[in-house]
Design a protein around this ligand. Structure first.
Ligand code: HEM
Length: 123
Protein backbone atom coordinates (compact mmCIF):
# COMPACT_ATOMS: atom_id res chain seq x y z
CA UNK A 1 0.00 0.00 0.00
CA UNK A 2 1.09 3.53 -0.57
CA UNK A 3 2.70 5.25 2.45
CA UNK A 4 -0.11 7.80 2.57
CA UNK A 5 -2.87 5.18 2.46
CA UNK A 6 -4.17 6.08 5.97
CA UNK A 7 -4.44 9.75 5.00
CA UNK A 8 -6.30 8.83 1.81
CA UNK A 9 -8.80 6.64 3.60
CA UNK A 10 -9.27 9.27 6.31
CA UNK A 11 -9.87 11.94 3.66
CA UNK A 12 -12.43 9.71 1.95
CA UNK A 13 -14.29 8.89 5.15
CA UNK A 14 -14.37 12.46 6.42
CA UNK A 15 -15.75 13.59 3.05
CA UNK A 16 -18.42 10.89 3.12
CA UNK A 17 -19.53 12.10 6.52
CA UNK A 18 -19.85 15.70 5.43
CA UNK A 19 -16.34 17.02 5.97
CA UNK A 20 -14.20 18.96 3.49
CA UNK A 21 -13.88 17.55 -0.05
CA UNK A 22 -10.20 16.71 0.48
CA UNK A 23 -10.30 13.30 -1.18
CA UNK A 24 -12.08 14.62 -4.25
CA UNK A 25 -9.81 17.65 -4.53
CA UNK A 26 -6.49 15.96 -3.72
CA UNK A 27 -6.81 12.44 -5.04
CA UNK A 28 -9.59 12.21 -7.58
CA UNK A 29 -12.89 11.32 -5.92
CA UNK A 30 -15.12 8.29 -6.24
CA UNK A 31 -13.66 6.93 -9.47
CA UNK A 32 -10.13 7.00 -8.12
CA UNK A 33 -11.17 5.31 -4.86
CA UNK A 34 -13.15 2.57 -6.59
CA UNK A 35 -10.45 1.98 -9.19
CA UNK A 36 -7.92 1.22 -6.47
CA UNK A 37 -9.84 -1.91 -5.47
CA UNK A 38 -10.28 -3.48 -8.90
CA UNK A 39 -8.10 -6.55 -9.26
CA UNK A 40 -7.17 -6.70 -5.57
CA UNK A 41 -9.37 -9.81 -5.21
CA UNK A 42 -10.34 -9.10 -1.63
CA UNK A 43 -11.32 -12.27 0.23
CA UNK A 44 -14.30 -12.36 2.64
CA UNK A 45 -12.06 -12.91 5.65
CA UNK A 46 -9.91 -9.93 4.66
CA UNK A 47 -13.02 -7.77 4.35
CA UNK A 48 -14.26 -8.90 7.77
CA UNK A 49 -10.90 -8.12 9.41
CA UNK A 50 -10.70 -4.75 7.68
CA UNK A 51 -14.19 -3.83 8.92
CA UNK A 52 -13.38 -4.96 12.47
CA UNK A 53 -10.18 -2.91 12.62
CA UNK A 54 -11.87 0.16 11.14
CA UNK A 55 -14.63 0.06 13.74
CA UNK A 56 -12.10 -0.46 16.54
CA UNK A 57 -10.00 2.45 15.31
CA UNK A 58 -12.94 4.84 15.66
CA UNK A 59 -12.18 5.04 19.39
CA UNK A 60 -8.46 5.56 18.82
CA UNK A 61 -9.24 8.34 16.36
CA UNK A 62 -11.57 10.04 18.85
CA UNK A 63 -14.63 9.94 16.62
CA UNK A 64 -17.92 11.00 18.23
CA UNK A 65 -19.13 8.21 20.49
CA UNK A 66 -22.85 8.87 20.44
CA UNK A 67 -24.97 5.90 19.36
CA UNK A 68 -26.44 7.53 16.25
CA UNK A 69 -23.10 8.49 14.76
CA UNK A 70 -21.47 5.16 15.60
CA UNK A 71 -24.40 3.22 14.14
CA UNK A 72 -24.08 5.21 10.90
CA UNK A 73 -20.30 4.68 10.88
CA UNK A 74 -20.54 0.91 11.37
CA UNK A 75 -23.25 0.68 8.71
CA UNK A 76 -21.08 2.57 6.25
CA UNK A 77 -18.05 0.38 6.92
CA UNK A 78 -20.09 -2.80 6.48
CA UNK A 79 -21.76 -1.50 3.33
CA UNK A 80 -18.65 0.00 1.79
CA UNK A 81 -16.42 -2.97 2.48
CA UNK A 82 -18.91 -5.32 0.81
CA UNK A 83 -19.03 -3.01 -2.20
CA UNK A 84 -15.21 -2.98 -2.22
CA UNK A 85 -15.13 -6.77 -2.17
CA UNK A 86 -17.70 -6.98 -4.99
CA UNK A 87 -15.61 -4.57 -7.04
CA UNK A 88 -12.25 -6.19 -6.37
CA UNK A 89 -12.39 -8.88 -9.03
CA UNK A 90 -10.10 -8.62 -12.04
CA UNK A 91 -12.96 -7.71 -14.37
CA UNK A 92 -15.20 -5.78 -11.99
CA UNK A 93 -17.34 -3.09 -13.56
CA UNK A 94 -18.33 -0.77 -10.72
CA UNK A 95 -21.16 1.71 -11.31
CA UNK A 96 -19.74 4.94 -12.72
CA UNK A 97 -21.37 6.97 -9.97
CA UNK A 98 -22.68 6.21 -6.55
CA UNK A 99 -24.12 8.41 -3.84
CA UNK A 100 -21.20 8.72 -1.44
CA UNK A 101 -22.12 11.48 0.94
CA UNK A 102 -24.04 10.39 3.97
CA UNK A 103 -27.64 11.02 2.94
CA UNK A 104 -26.55 13.88 0.69
CA UNK A 105 -25.34 15.93 3.65
CA UNK A 106 -23.42 15.74 6.86
CA UNK A 107 -24.24 13.01 9.34
CA UNK A 108 -22.69 15.15 12.00
CA UNK A 109 -24.78 18.18 11.08
CA UNK A 110 -27.91 16.03 10.88
CA UNK A 111 -27.14 14.66 14.31
CA UNK A 112 -26.63 18.16 15.64
CA UNK A 113 -30.05 19.12 14.28
CA UNK A 114 -31.59 16.09 15.94
CA UNK A 115 -32.50 14.40 12.67
CA UNK A 116 -32.28 10.78 11.77
CA UNK A 117 -28.86 9.49 10.76
CA UNK A 118 -27.81 8.72 7.34
CA UNK A 119 -28.78 6.22 4.69
CA UNK A 120 -26.36 5.19 2.03
CA UNK A 121 -28.00 4.26 -1.21
CA UNK A 122 -26.81 3.53 -4.70
CA UNK A 123 -27.61 6.31 -7.12
C1 HEM B 1 -15.83 1.21 3.30
C2 HEM B 1 -14.93 0.45 2.65
C3 HEM B 1 -13.68 0.98 2.03
C4 HEM B 1 -13.31 2.26 1.76
C5 HEM B 1 -14.10 3.54 2.02
C6 HEM B 1 -12.00 2.23 1.18
C7 HEM B 1 -11.29 3.34 0.78
C8 HEM B 1 -10.07 3.31 0.14
C9 HEM B 1 -9.33 4.46 -0.28
C10 HEM B 1 -9.76 5.90 -0.07
C11 HEM B 1 -8.22 4.03 -0.88
C12 HEM B 1 -7.08 4.89 -1.45
C13 HEM B 1 -7.24 5.10 -2.91
C14 HEM B 1 -6.16 6.04 -3.42
O1 HEM B 1 -5.04 5.60 -3.62
O2 HEM B 1 -6.45 7.23 -3.61
C15 HEM B 1 -8.24 2.58 -0.87
C16 HEM B 1 -7.28 1.78 -1.40
C17 HEM B 1 -7.18 0.44 -1.14
N1 HEM B 1 -8.04 -0.32 -0.40
FE1 HEM B 1 -9.82 0.27 0.30
N2 HEM B 1 -11.58 0.93 1.10
C18 HEM B 1 -12.56 0.14 1.62
C19 HEM B 1 -12.51 -1.22 1.78
C20 HEM B 1 -11.40 -2.01 1.57
C21 HEM B 1 -11.26 -3.39 1.94
C22 HEM B 1 -12.36 -4.21 2.64
C23 HEM B 1 -10.01 -3.76 1.57
C24 HEM B 1 -9.31 -5.08 1.75
C25 HEM B 1 -9.52 -5.88 2.79
C26 HEM B 1 -9.38 -2.63 0.93
C27 HEM B 1 -8.13 -2.64 0.36
C28 HEM B 1 -7.56 -1.59 -0.31
C29 HEM B 1 -6.31 -1.66 -1.04
C30 HEM B 1 -5.44 -2.91 -1.18
C31 HEM B 1 -6.07 -0.40 -1.57
C32 HEM B 1 -4.89 0.03 -2.43
C33 HEM B 1 -3.83 0.62 -1.57
C34 HEM B 1 -2.60 1.02 -2.37
O3 HEM B 1 -2.27 0.36 -3.35
O4 HEM B 1 -1.96 2.00 -2.00
N3 HEM B 1 -10.25 -1.59 0.96
N4 HEM B 1 -9.37 2.18 -0.22
Amino acid sequence: MSPDHPERVAAWLSEVFGGPRFYTERYGGYRRMVSQHIGKEIRPEQRALWATYMVQSADDAGLPSDPEFRAAFVAYIEWGSRIALENSGPSATPPPNMRCRAGGGSATRRRARGRRPTRMTRR
